[in-house]
Design a protein around this ligand. Structure first.
Ligand SMILES: Cc1cc2nc3c(=O)[nH]c(=O)nc-3n(C[C@H](O)[C@H](O)[C@H](O)COP(=O)(O)OP(=O)(O)OC[C@H]3O[C@@H](n4cnc5c(N)ncnc54)[C@H](O)[C@@H]3O)c2cc1C
Ligand code: FES
Length: 527
């Protein structure tokens, strides 16, 4: 796939007005360039804007050519019509379209979900077997979270090479802007329900590899729903997709190496990163740094990303502003500080994306990743998993696991076993990450009674502390029942209240009416 020239521009209509944007920009970038830059108004009337930057929170949902879509996951196209939405009282064209022919069934030997480092490595390892492979990703291009492209970035050489190799294999069919929305199929005839921008269908498979990656842990604090507050990796993803940051003052807070990577991306986009608040103390950071020489590439990366604005033992307390974040209050080892800013990006670590695996019946391990054996096989027959959905450990570990899963899924166990020493090397890095960035308990008590915990249904902390469990909260408050299907508040309530969110039974994400209608007749999806 060729990316448009960086200087090329195109025109879209945004809330009825013509707007010019850089070719390759996301719709979220177009929204951010136009004040007040919100995408929607919430059920209690708050203005909201892109938050996670990676298709998880659904805060950026807008009407695109009449269909409800995610602005962060959709590239602008010439003549596109974009309309921001009020939470209630908008109309979509998402009805059954008799003139839109739907292929209800498709078959492949190997289905891979997620075209990040793990998914691409899996497809390339399996390809020489000649099997028919379908590689699915909801992003506009392959690359996953680390190798997103757009007008705000240049892809590194390894990512470009992987994409070129994928394109050379005629038995790999890459489907981008395509997401798994649920389970389909019948007993003995497994299938997933897929949806792209035009249609939905049941994708049957012989074997399945889950490479669904991770998302950020986003913890609630007063002001976290204000436009301008994003995830740390979310800010990075939005910057790469063209969201303008030039000249903006940015505060980054949370924990882990992603804070430094996000700061680097923001600086490259022309922002002034005025503070990086890391919750771990300096002794912990020093201990982590001392272990890095075992992985020289990681040590060099950390040294290159170091910033004089980094403060240890510091965390966010509150974001304030009139309709948008304007100020941040941070705790420090010696007190507090207030910083004026245009954006606040907070990330409290990563959480493996396991819901699809759990829907299929796969078991979790002690660290909340999908449990796999030494051939990347999950607890369900013919279902493999690789990369960060099995635990957080970086793109190198994801690539090794992906290659092992690709070989194992086509029966090449000897080739898979040859990679076991490589995996052990990178597994050590995963353990070092886990051991040094554990969250300080004070981060779990930032929410006030009126702080919204469920951003989709606007459920405050006060309403949830009275509940006993995730199910109890769902039944009594609608927490977790909105568009993101609990992917933001599920992890937050797990951290805050110790609840274990139950995986969805059939639907992973909101699906169009015509997808559901087309599949209801011949799948396990209930009428
Ligand atoms: C926001 C964010 C930013 C990051 N930035 C960096 C960085 O700068 N540097 C770094 O070293 N590491 C970064 N990481 C860590 C990074 O995720 C890993 O190191 C590496 O990308 C993991 O590879 P993976 O293939 O396991 O998962 P990912 O790269 O996360 O790929 C998973 C893919 O699966 C797709 N997917 C998930 N569910 C579905 C579904 N239902 N339907 C269709 N597609 C689906 C996702 O869109 C994604 O493209 C970041 C992580 C996050 C969450
Ligand atoms: S910002 Fe688009 S889904 Fe979260």
């Amino acid at each position: 796939m060729t990316f448009p020239r960086k200087s090329a521009r195109l025109r879209i209509r945004l809330d009825g007005q013509q707007v010019s944007v850089a070719a390759g920009s996301s719709v979220a970038a177009a929204l951010a360039a136009r004040p007040p830059s919100n995408s929607r108004v919430s059920v209690s009337g708050e203005r909201r804007a892109a938050f996670c930057g990676m298709g998880v929170c659904h805060e950026c949902r807008v009407l695109i050519d009449g269909h409800l879509r995610l602005a962060c996951q959709t590239r602008c196209r010439e003549g596109m019509q974009v309309d921001t939405v009020l939470e209630r009282g908008y109309e979509t064209r998402d009805t059954i379209a008799p003139d839109n022919p739907v292929d209800h069934d498709s078959h492949c030997d190997l289905l891979i979900i997620g075209a990040g480092p793990a998914g691409m490595a899996a497809a390339l390892a399996a390809a020489p077997s000649g099997r028919a492979i379908v590689l699915v990703d909801d992003n506009p291009a392959a690359g996953g979270q680390i190798w997103r492209d757009g007008p705000g970035t240049t892809l590194p050489a390894p990512a470009r090479r992987l994409r070129e190799h994928i394109a050379r294999h005629v038995n790999i069919k890459l489907l981008c802007e395509t997401r798994v929305v649920g389970l389909a199929g019948l007993p003995g005839k497994p299938a997933l329900m897929l949806e792209d921008t035009r249609r939905g269908w049941a994708q049957h498979y012989g074997a399945l590899i889950l490479c669904t990656g991770a998302r950020e842990l986003l913890l609630p604090f007063p002001g976290w729903t204000l436009p301008g507050v994003t995830g740390a990796g979310g800010l990075q993803a939005l910057a790469k997709s063209g969201v303008p940051l030039r000249g903006q003052r940015i505060v980054i807070a949370g924990t882990g190496p992603l804070l430094l990577a996000a700061a680097h991306s923001a600086r490259k986009a022309g922002a002034r990163v005025v503070r990086i608040a890391e919750q771990a103390d300096w002794r912990t950071l020093l201990r982590f740094a001392c272990r890095l020489p075992r992985w020289p590439g990681k040590a060099m990366q950390a040294a290159a990303l170091f910033s004089p604005h980094l403060r240890s033992a510091s965390h966010v307390l509150e974001a304030t502003g009139d309709g948008r974040v304007q100020q941040v209050r941070l705790s420090r080892a010696d007190g507090e500080e207030q910083i004026a800013c245009h954006r606040l990006a907070c990330g409290f670590g990563l959480v493996p994306n396991t819901k699809l695996g759990q829907m299929l019946g796969c078991e979790l391990d002690a660290h909340q990743g999908l449990r796999v054996d030494d051939m990347q096989q999950t607890s369900v027959a013919d279902v493999f998993a690789a990369g960060e959905c099995t635990g957080i450990g970086g793109n190198e570990r994801a690539r090794v696991q992906g290659a092992m899963a690709g070989h194992a899924a086509v029966g090449e166990l000897t080739q898979a076993a040859r990679l076991i020493p490589d995996l052990a090397h990178w597994q050590g890095f995963a353990m070092a990450l886990r051991g040094h960035f554990a969250l300080h308990p004070s981060l779990l008590s930032l929410a006030r009674p009126d702080t919204l915990i469920c951003r989709c249904e606007d459920v405050p902390h006060a309403a949830l502390v009275a509940c006993q469990s995730w199910i109890d909260a769902k039944l009594h408050t609608r927490c977790g029942m909105g568009a993101c299907q609990g992917r933001i508040c599920g992890a937050a309530t797990q951290a805050l209240y110790g609840w274990q969110p139950a995986p969805p039974r059939h639907l992973l994400a909101p699906a169009r009416v015509d997808t559901l209608a087309g599949l209801a007749s011949h799948s396990q999806f209930p009428d």
